[in-house]
Design a binder for this molecule. Structure first.
Ligand code: AKB
Length: 319
């Protein structure tokens, strides 16, 4: 049997930690090697310390395990990236090119590289942003993702490397925490509500952004990677839509369960980033090429988030 051996780079991150567990289910627990800069004590499975800025370290792991697929999830996100633009660029680009190069000369035949709605800027139509809209990103994170998309296409065209990518909206899940993103408020707000605390939102009440529930984001990734090669017509990155809402709408939804929940609004520099991002996404290519269909909307996501976070906080209290 031809088994795939998967390397996940950035397996401690918000998406990485959940996706790694799903990949263990899909490919077999011992066929997935998780890797990050430090060990997560809760993780169960094969794990390697990996600094992806060192290509020889990636090459060593690829060779040692005869890796066939890499999911490269490590990156500095939009808001954090603006604090140190040059080092963010250097880090994001170096890690990405190291992964592509290590893959090119090895047993690796497929790579997943995440992109983001951050590739768009104010020259794109911001409602139902089309797949082929102009890319004029305003953050260094967005610039690095737009460059990454073009590199992905270049490696595919020139070296035949099967790199696949999704432009993720903000990802919301109860399993893990994000760090340094502009969409992070939509997860923080649930944690505050369940802890019976008020929440101070760093975006204005009417700032609508595209979002996706973690389970849908993970499923989309697995489905894209499983799709037959001939179906993958876009070699930069696919637009991916699920739901769109603003802070006032998510607050109203949470208030169905917590009527006394209080949110105030103190926009900071992240507001300037959000103002240039799409409000909603046209993902018709993902739907027609590989059958993408989201399952969660704001209401069903909220029910699940509150239920799971309540369990989590109760368990912490009992310990
Ligand atoms: C961020 O806010 O930077 C990320 C993203 C949309 O890529 N969540």
């Amino acid at each position: 049997m031809n088994e795939d051996i998967i390397l996940v780079i950035g397996s401690n991150g918000q998406l990485g930690s959940v996706l790694t567990r799903e990949l263990q289910k899909v490919h077999g627990h011992d066929n997935v090697i998780a890797s990050d800069l430090y060990v997560d004590s809760c993780f169960s499975g094969l794990f390697e310390i990996l600094d992806a800025t060192k290509i020889t370290d990636i090459q060593r792991i690829v060779k040692q395990y005869s890796v066939t697929q890499i999911y490269h999830l490590a990156a500095i996100l939009s808001a954090k990236g603006e604090e140190k633009p040059l080092s963010t660029w250097n880090l994001n680009i170096k890690m990405m090119l190291n992964v592509f190069e290590a893959a090119r000369f090895s047993t690796v035949n497929k790579v997943f590289f995440p992109s983001s709605i951050a590739v768009f800027g104010d020259k794109a139509l911001l409602e139902q942003t089309p797949q082929s809209a102009c890319l004029n990103p305003a953050t260094v994170y967005g610039i690095s993702k737009a460059a990454g998309e073009n590199w992905a296409q270049y490696y595919h065209t020139n070296y035949g490397l099967d790199i696949r990518s999704i432009r993720y909206p903000g990802i919301i899940g109860h399993q893990s925490m994000p760090g340094g993103g502009t969409t992070d408020y939509a997860l923080d707000i649930y944690h505050s509500a369940v802890r019976l605390e008020s929440y101070s939102c760093f975006l204005k009440a009417e700032t609508k952004l595209p979002m996706i529930f973690m389970d849908d984001a993970v499923r989309a990734t697995v489905e894209l990677m499983k799709a037959p090669k001939e179906n993958i017509k876009i070699r930069t990155a696919y637009n991916l839509g699920a739901m769109s809402f603003d802070p006032s709408e998510i607050t109203a939804e949470i208030k169905q369960t917590y009527p006394d929940f209080i949110v105030d609004y103190c926009p900071d520099s992240r507001q300037l980033i959000a103002d240039k991002w799409p409000k909603s996404i046209d993902d018709s290519e993902a739907r027609s090429d590989w059958g993408w269909k989201p399952e969660y909307n704001l209401t069903t996501m909220t029910t699940e988030m509150i239920e799971k976070l309540k369990e989590k906080y109760n368990t912490i209290k009992l310990k």
